[in-house]
Write a protein that binds this ligand. Structure first.
Ligand code: ZN
Length: 253
């Protein structure tokens, strides 16, 4: 039956509205969303509803994921999409939520051949069209300490944007920003970070030194969670990220 087929297809893509009490509760507990002006909150609610209807959440290893936590993850995932819209959400479907911290101990060898242990977020190993991988503990910690420079949801979403136009290279699709300016400024900033890290006086998390893609993800976290530090250390990058993401919620209030 063509008509029935059309109805089932429409139902599949229909966006279920977020109930008012649930939305108000989530926003009031999300310091990054709370300062947004009313029009942006309306837009965020629309995007979060879209995210909830298009992405499949999987709670793993005993995680209990209720409507509140699904929404809390969705609305943070949509914050970096506010400026450019739902097109940035394309290309992948699943959200995997683990209970504990997603860090694995890796072993690297220094120039003398000694083995050193470093910690790296496991989620960053998962690339391309794969799932968004999060730890509920990290998400909860970011809500408790919103201005400490870390936000795991923003970090992983930045990787997703980065991969929309090919392998991760720290350059997401750019519409209103000069690609040449982005690449030049990010290369210079990345080199400055490597030098600062070698001197031992870097103000940006060492995870950003791994490669340009991690650099982009880490400074994206700073844009939302500690933008004053980013402006102080890398004003050009702060400006480019403001063009890409819009004004940081920390500066909207
Ligand atoms: Zn990463």
């Amino acid at each position: 039956m063509p008509e029935r087929w059309w109805h089932s297809l429409r139902a599949r893509f229909e966006t279920a509205p977020i109930p008012d009490p649930l939305w108000r509760r989530a926003v009031s507990h999300c310091p990054l969303a709370r300062p947004l002006p009313p029009d942006q909150q309306v837009q965020l609610r629309h995007l979060a509803a879209l995210f909830l209807s298009r992405k499949q959440f999987h709670a793993l290893a005993g995680v209990v994921l209720d409507d509140y936590w699904r929404l809390m993850i969705s609305l943070q995932a949509c914050l970096p999409v506010l400026q450019q819209g739902a097109a940035l959400l394309r290309g992948w479907r699943e959200v995997l939520v683990y209970p504990g911290e997603l860090k694995v101990r890796r072993h690297t060898h220094d120039i003398d051949g000694n083995t050193q242990g470093t910690l790296k977020p496991l989620a960053c190993d998962i690339w391309e069209r794969g799932p968004l991988v999060l730890s509920l503990v990290d998400v909860q910690l970011d809500l408790e300490q919103p201005w400490d420079g870390c936000n795991v949801v923003v970090h992983e979403m930045a990787h997703k944007f980065d991969m929309l136009d090919g392998p991760p290279d720290g350059v997401p699709p750019l519409t209103n920003i000069s690609r040449r300016r982005w690449i030049t400024q990010f290369e210079l900033a990345y080199e400055r970070l490597i030098e600062a890290a070698n001197r031992g006086d870097s103000k940006i998390d060492a995870h950003a030194t791994e490669n340009p893609s991690e650099y982009f993800a880490v400074v994206s976290e700073l844009h939302y969670s500690q933008p004053a530090l980013l402006r102080e250390v890398e004003p050009e990058i702060a400006e480019l990220l403001e063009d890409f993401y819009g004004k940081s919620p920390a500066f909207v209030a």
